[in-house]
Design a protein around this ligand. Structure first.
Ligand code: PLP
Length: 369
């Protein structure tokens, strides 16, 4: 007979991790589905990226280039970077995990922000460390609160800029202030997954800092503006020593050949990216205005999504709104796991999806008066 203690047991702490719950992809019944739950682009990928992906299908028996050189070169050319200081990953999620694995161990901690992206605490705990959480001000990371938690055990500070799910950002002078006050042994991770959507003069993604400081890296993704979430492509830019450490622990073929091919083609289609930015600019303003006009609070966003706050009260809260919207095929994102049980996150979708959501929210509120 097998006794419980004879079974394989994960390392202490692993079972304390709350699994990441992805956005839903389904609505009940036959309603036309609008998936606005995972910050995917309504424009899809560049047709050139899809063509390159299909063409790569002819050589699937071969391993990909383990260093993803073609993709690193295309990224480097597009952003003016040194390809040797880039490492690609299966989504930026993988890179965030690799960073935690390389720099955090039992007894170490990482500082994260109250409503920061949930992959950070998962990555930190999976590496055996502790995530210490700094309170935010107005749903925005607070540099002083983060610095107050930096101690002798701190190895990494994670900052999503802009942040998901709040959509808020830190002006770059604040990021510099955070960096300037960190001990040089602490690695600052600037997660700029939504950088392409930001239209603020005081914003920078972190390219310059990650290029010059020995303790700063920036992570980026092809999942959002490039519309390649299904392929899983992310990249990290930073000091040669950090890139070297990540290269040592990553899987030797962590980015597939179709992903490499599609990523390269996507980078070359600037017009596609510009169209997505223009659409997002227009609808971010319109949605923020129209939803606020219904009497709901919307956190000002610089990303491709908005956080909508609902009043407390039975029948009128975010879970009720979510159920109502779902009946119309509108799948938004519950953010209870972020400690925001009375909010829903809405990805900026097609014009049709956006209009349908505003109309549904209007009807929801009218019924609940
Ligand atoms: C802030 C932030 N960082 C990173 C990611 C991960 O993106 P991916 O792993 O698809 O590159 C996301 C995805 O939602 C995100 O919101």
């Amino acid at each position: 007979m097998t006794r419980d203690q004879d079974r394989p047991a994960p390392r202490p702490g692993v079972l304390d991790i709350a699994p990441y719950v992805p956005g839903r992809s389904h609505a009940p019944g036959g309603a036309k589905l609008y998936k606005l739950s995972s910050n995917e682009t309504p424009w899809g990928p560049s047709p050139a990226a899809v063509a390159a992906y299909k063409q790569a299908g002819d050589a699937l028996s071969l391993y990909p280039d383990g260093s993803a050189l073609a993709l690193r070169r295309a990224i480097a050319a597009g952003y003016g970077l040194n390809p040797d200081r880039i490492v690609c990953g299966a989504g930026s999620d993988e890179l965030l995990k690799l960073i935690a694995e390389a720099y955090i161990g039992p007894g170490d901690d990482a500082v994260i922000s109250q409503f920061g992206f949930l992959v950070y605490p998962i990555a930190v705990k999976a590496a055996g460390g502790d995530a210490v959480v700094a309170p935010e001000t107005d749903y925005t990371a607070d540099v002083d609160a983060m610095l107050a938690l930096v101690g002798p055990r701190t190895r990494v500070v994670f900052l999503a800029n802009p942040n998901n799910p709040t959509g808020t950002y830190l002006p770059f002078r604040e990021v510099r202030r955070l960096h300037a006050a960190l001990p040089s042994r602490v690695l600052l991770v600037l997660d700029a997954a939504y950088a392409e959507y930001v239209r603020r003069n005081d914003y920078e993604s972190g390219i310059e800092l990650a290029g010059s400081a020995p303790n700063v890296v920036m992570t980026r993704t092809f999942s959002k503006i490039y519309g390649l979430a299904g392929l899983r492509i992310g990249w990290c830019y930073g000091p040669a020593e950090v890139i070297d450490a990540l290269n040592r622990i990553r899987g030797p073929f962590n980015v597939s050949s179709p992903a490499i091919a599609a990523g390269v083609a996507a980078l070359h289609d600037r017009a596609h990216v510009d169209r997505s930015i223009a659409h997002n600019d227009e609808w971010r303003d319109t949605l923020t205005h129209d939803i606020a006009a219904l009497g709901l609070k919307v956190t000002p966003s610089v990303g491709n999504f908005v956080l909508i706050h609902f009043p407390d009260g039975r029948g009128r809260g975010a879970p009720d709104a979510d159920a109502f919207l779902l009946q119309r095929g509108l799948v938004l994102r519950r953010v209870d796991a972020y400690g925001l049980p009375n909010a829903l996150r809405m990805t900026i979708g097609s014009a049709e999806a956006n209009r349908a959501t505003v109309a549904a929210l209007r009807d929801f509120l009218a019924v609940r008066q």
